[in-house]
Design a protein around this ligand. Structure first.
Ligand SMILES: [Fe+2]
Ligand SMILES: [Fe+2]
Length: 355
């Protein structure tokens, strides 16, 4: 049964959901802009220039236009599927907009011409993506006031290197998530219950390209990929994978409608993401290790119990959630200690989105 018991009925509910601070909700970030300004991409100049030309050519400039499929009345969805689909759209729009806000802010605060130009193009793309999802939410009367969200959502400060690890990963995992759904619906067009999925293939090429930009930034600064930073990379990989696993399992009806079980879908996304991140990261997680799989399941159970306690409210529930949080940290640490797989970095960084 769906764990999303709060139904979203109004634009205010949508804004509250987008502002949600739970551990699995998308965040907004701020960083040390002066340090980002000092990034030097000279060591990867040739690959960088080729990538920037793609951004200037703007292959998706005309892609985000709605067609008649959106005007046709969208079939009435079952209440559980509807709740989970809204949750998916709101959380996707929030993370798209999170990128838009961060990239715009970096663009505004730096003078470095390479970084400034890049951030301008990425903010352009993310703004299109967030706006496109928001139009679909508007069809249901539950669109997000993005201006209000920008003003009122809490911002998390991350040092630049953490921004690079986290954003690189979220762009690449975003690509893997969208392309896996798109390929599934290519095989099973009868399962497509909403037109937005038809946009995912070209859309995720934008995410792939954003990921390429961070891959080049990281490879241009090899110290970010060596020594004790390897521990940070492992931490971010596991944190991003675990968050996705827990969050996706709160949407069983949505996955079922798309012909997936959430576990199978998530491992396909992990597999693609692990393959891609070998362009940049000196290690990948051992996602097929039995203790990894068991750990993900335990984190999912603890996450579900914590969410239930949160909804029950009261003092006891806070104590219970603290206890569950402590247990989750222990499980997280034990999965973290599973040996990772070493990876030798390829000489040429860039990849094509071929999945
Ligand atoms: Fe995006
Ligand atoms: Fe992106």
């Amino acid at each position: 049964m769906s764990t999303l018991m709060d139904d979203i009925k109004t634009t205010k509910d949508a804004l509250d959901k987008a502002r949600d601070e739970s551990i699995i909700s998308p965040r907004f970030y701020s960083t040390d802009y002066a340090a980002v300004d000092r990034i030097d991409i000279t060591p990867v100049r040739a690959e960088w220039d080729a990538m920037m030309q793609e951004f200037r050519d703007d292959p998706n400039g005309e892609h985000f236009q709605r067609d008649d499929a959106f005007r046709a009345r969208v079939a009435d969805l079952e209440p559980e599927l509807r709740a989970e689909f809204y949750d998916f759209l709101i959380s996707s729009a929030t993370s798209e907009f999170s990128g838009c806000v961060l990239y715009n802010e970096i663009k505004r605060r730096v003078n470095n011409p390479d970084i400034k130009e890049l951030m301008g193009y990425m903010a352009r793309d993310e703004s299109r993506h967030a706006g496109f999802i928001n139009q679909s939410l508007k069809d249901f009367g539950v669109n997000i006031d993005l201006g209000d969200l920008k003003r009122t959502k809490k911002y998390t400060y991350f040092k630049p290197k953490y921004i690079f690890y986290a954003t690189y990963l979220s762009e690449k995992i975003g690509y893997a998530r969208y392309i896996t759904i798109f390929r599934q619906l290519q095989r099973h067009p009868e399962l497509q219950f909403h037109p937005i999925y038809s946009w995912f293939e070209q859309w995720c090429n934008d995410e792939f390209r954003h990921g390429e930009a961070f891959a080049l930034i990281l490879r241009a600064n090899p110290h970010l990929l060596q020594g004790h930073n390897r521990l940070w990379i492992k931490f971010f990989l596991l944190a991003v994978y675990a968050t996705m696993y827990v969050r996706d399992h709160t949407r069983p009806a949505l996955h079922k409608a798309l012909g997936f079980d959430p576990t199978g879908y998530d491992y396909e996304v992990f597999r693609i993401t692990s393959e891609i991140t070998r362009q940049t990261f000196p290690l990948t997680l051992d996602i097929d290790h039995p203790r990894f799989r068991q750990g993900m399941e335990t984190l999912r159970e603890l996450g579900a119990a914590s969410e239930l306690a949160r909804k029950q409210g009261g003092v006891l529930s806070s104590v219970k959630r603290l206890w569950l949080g402590a247990k989750a940290s222990v499980v997280f640490a034990s999965v973290y200690l599973i040996p990772s797989k070493a990876n030798a970095l390829p000489e040429r960084v860039r990849l094509a989105p071929v999945w």
